[in-house]
Design a protein around this ligand. Structure first.
Ligand SMILES: Cc1cc2nc3c(=O)[nH]c(=O)nc-3n(C[C@H](O)[C@H](O)[C@H](O)COP(=O)(O)O)c2cc1C
Length: 213
């Protein structure tokens, strides 16, 4: 019997690059058989800052109907993939703000033992993709999460993959091509597979324990 895996893809995107990766990740998770929630975190920048960049304004309007991430999404998920643009080598404050509201779940141990991964975009090739993904990994350690990076576990990873997490250089505001979207999709598939194996292992362990009683 295949395990029923819940996946939350939680992202921030100002101008649509990370959103495209997030959509690909959500589709990948769905294709792998998971129930999936695509959620954006709340915008924190003041309206005048958003309005100062037509791409930012347009993207905000285009994605207004996507539900905002809540703590319940995290509690519900067996695997969580976080997406963020790189901001000075680390995650966007909008995503960090959401993460900084998770104290109540963390305190109850409800963030532990889930599968976690992250993906990002930069403006430049050496602009800090890995440092951004590693900054998210620090959070996962604190949560007692199970980090599932894509590594080099699929041919797509040798083409455009980043072993730390799907990444794209949004040079000249280009959107991710099909290869990079494929890497995001693969990362999600891998998260679903590992989460499914973990659930199966836990179920078997429980059954063995009950049988031994
Ligand atoms: C405040 C700010 C800081 C940024 N810092 C970096 C950076 O450190 N390295 C980099 O390559 N790009 C940097 N960028 C470019 C963004 O990473 C890039 O525009 C983003 O990945 C596009 O994603 P989005 O379309 O989903 O918003 C920065 C952009 C802004 C607005």
């Amino acid at each position: 019997m295949r395990n029923h895996v819940n996946v939350a893809v939680i992202y921030y995107s100002a101008t649509g690059t990370v959103y495209a990766l997030a959509q690909a990740a959500a589709e990948g998770a769905e294709k792998a058989g998971a129930e999936t929630r695509l959620r954006r975190v709340a915008e924190l920048a003041p309206a005048h800052a958003v309005a100062s960049n037509p791409d930012w304004q347009a993207h905000q309007e285009r994605t207004a109907d996507i539900a905002e991430a809540t703590l319940e999404d995290l509690e519900w998920a067996d695997a969580v993939l976080f997406g963020t643009p790189t901001r000075y080598g680390t995650m966007a404050s909008q995503l960090k703000q959401f993460i900084d509201t998770t104290g109540p779940l963390w305190q109850q141990g409800k963030l532990a033992d889930k599968v976690y991964g992250a993906f990002t975009a930069t403006g430049t090739q050496h602009g800090g993709q890995e440092s951004t993904l590693l900054s998210l990994a620090n959070v996962f350690y604190h949560w007692g999460g199970i980090l599932v990076p894509p590594g080099y576990t699929d041919p797509v990873q040798f083409q455009v993959g980043n072993p730390y997490g799907a990444s794209f250089v949004a040079d000249q505001r280009q959107l991710p091509d099909s290869d990079h979207l494929g890497a995001a999709s693969f990362q999600a598939r891998r998260a679903v597979d590992v989460a499914g194996h973990l659930m199966e292992g836990r179920r078997s362990a429980l059954a063995a324990q009950e049988a031994g009683r």
